[in-house]
Design a protein around this ligand. Structure first.
Ligand code: CP
Ligand code: NVA
Length: 309
C-alpha cells in the first residue's frame, strides 16, 4: 500500500484484496468480542469541513477499538480557517499524530495535505471521491455474492463523488458498472476515461446511459445516492425536477435480476432518489453496507498506520 488513501485509482487490486481480508479478520474478532489493539498509543486526527454521521463515528469508534485514540477537528476551530496554509498544517499534524482523515470540498486540498505530511492521509470524502465508502461497498458485495468479478452494478443518479469512486473501484476489480444519470449530470469525463482503460485491463465493463431502465437490466446490484450532495444545496429544486425519472422504486427493482440487491451509501433522501418500500424492503442491504464501514475502515487504519504485525 502507498502512504495515503486519496482515491481508489491510487491503489492496486492486491491492496484492495488485502484490505478485504483484513476487514474479514477484524469483523470476526469484533463479533467474537475479542480485544485486538494493534494501534495502541497511536493518534488519528480527523478534519471535517462537511457533516458526517457514518464516516466520523466509524473511524472514531474503529480507532478506539484498535487501541488508539481519535481527535475530531472541526475545521472552523483550526487555524486553517483563519488562513494557515495546508502545507504548514500538514507539517504540524505530522509532529503530533500518526494519521489523518480529512473530509472536505476539494480533492486538491487533500492531495496537498498528503504531499506535505509524513503520516498517512485518508480521504473521508471530497467533491470528487469517496474511496472508503466504495471499498466498504465492494466488501459488502463480496460478502453477499462471494465474488466481484463479473458482478453487474447499476448506479442510478447523480454522477457525483460516489459515482466517480465506483468507476475507479469497479474497473479495478473486473466488475460491470452501468451508470445512468440525467443528461448534464454524468460523472467526471476524465475519470470515466481512466475507468474504461482500467476495466479493459481487468476484464470489466463500463457503460453509460441516460436510461435508468436500460442500466438496471440484468443488474445484480442497484446502487443510488442523493441527488443533491453536500455543497450543492442551492440547486436542490432544479435537481428534484431533473432527476424525477431516476428514483429507485419497486418498478425499477422489478426491471433488474430477480434477486437484485439494493445499496445506498446513506444518508438517504427517502421519497427522492429511493422509495421507502425499496430502502426498507427485502432486497435492501443498506444497513449491512453501513455496518461494514467500521470493519473495512479499521482494516485501512491498521494497514496504513503500521499496526499490522
Ligand atoms: N456515507 C457516508 O459517508 O455517510 P456520512 O456522510 O454520514 O459520513
Ligand atoms: N454524494 C453525497 C455522499 C454523502 C456520503 C455527498 O457528497 O453529499
Amino acid at each position: 500500500m502507498k502512504k495515503d488513501l486519496l482515491a481508489i485509482s491510487d491503489i492496486e487490486p492486491e491492496d484492495i484484496e488485502e484490505i478485504f481480508s483484513r476487514a474479514e479478520f477484524l469483523k470476526r474478532k469484533f463479533y467474537a468480542g475479542e480485544v485486538y489493539q494493534p494501534l495502541k498509543g497511536k493518534t488519528l486526527g480527523m478534519i471535517f469541513k462537511k457533516s458526517s454521521t457514518r464516516t466520523r463515528i466509524s473511524f472514531e469508534a474503529g480507532m478506539y477499538q484498535l487501541g488508539g485514540h481519535a481527535i475530531f477537528l472541526s475545521s472552523k476551530d483550526l487555524q486553517m480557517d483563519r488562513g494557515e496554509s495546508i502545507a504548514d498544517t500538514a507539517k504540524i499534524f505530522s509532529l503530533y499524530l500518526n494519521g489523518i482523515v480529512i473530509r472536505t470540498y476539494s480533492q486538491e486540498e487533500v492531495e496537498e495535505l498528503a504531499a506535505n505530511s509524513s503520516i498517512p492521509v485518508i480521504n473521508g470524502l471530497t467533491d470528487l471521491h469517496h474511496p472508503c465508502q466504495i471499498l466498504c461497498d465492494m466488501f459488502t458485495i463480496k460478502e453477499k455474492l462471494g465474488r466481484l468479478e463479473g458482478v453487474k452494478v447499476a448506479y442510478i443518479g447523480d454522477g457525483n463523488n460516489i459515482a466517480n469512486s465506483w468507476l475507479d473501484g469497479a474497473s479495478k476489480m473486473g466488475m460491470n458498472l452501468s451508470i445512468s444519470s440525467p443528461a448534464g449530470y454524468e460523472p467526471d469525463a476524465g475519470i470515466v476515461k481512466r475507468a474504461a482503460l482500467s476495466a479493459g485491463k481487468n476484464s470489466g465493463k463500463i457503460e453509460m446511459t441516460n436510461d435508468p431502465f436500460e442500466a438496471v437490466r440484468d443488474a445484480d446490484i442497484i446502487y443510488t445516492d442523493v441527488w443533491t450532495s453536500m455543497g450543492q444545496e442551492r440547486e436542490y429544486e432544479k435537481r428534484l425536477k431533473d432527476f424525477r425519472r431516476f428514483q429507485v422504486n419497486t418498478e425499477m427493482v422489478r426491471a433488474a435480476k430477480k434477486n437484485v440487491l439494493v445499496m445506498h451509501c446513506l444518508p438517504a433522501h427517502r421519497g427522492e432518489e429511493i422509495s421507502d418500500d425499496v430502502i426498507d424492503g427485502e432486497r435492501s442491504i443498506v444497513f449491512e453496507e453501513a455496518e461494514n464501514r467500521l470493519h473495512v475502515q479499521k482494516a485501512i487504519l491498521e494497514l496504513l498506520m503500521g499496526g499490522k504485525k
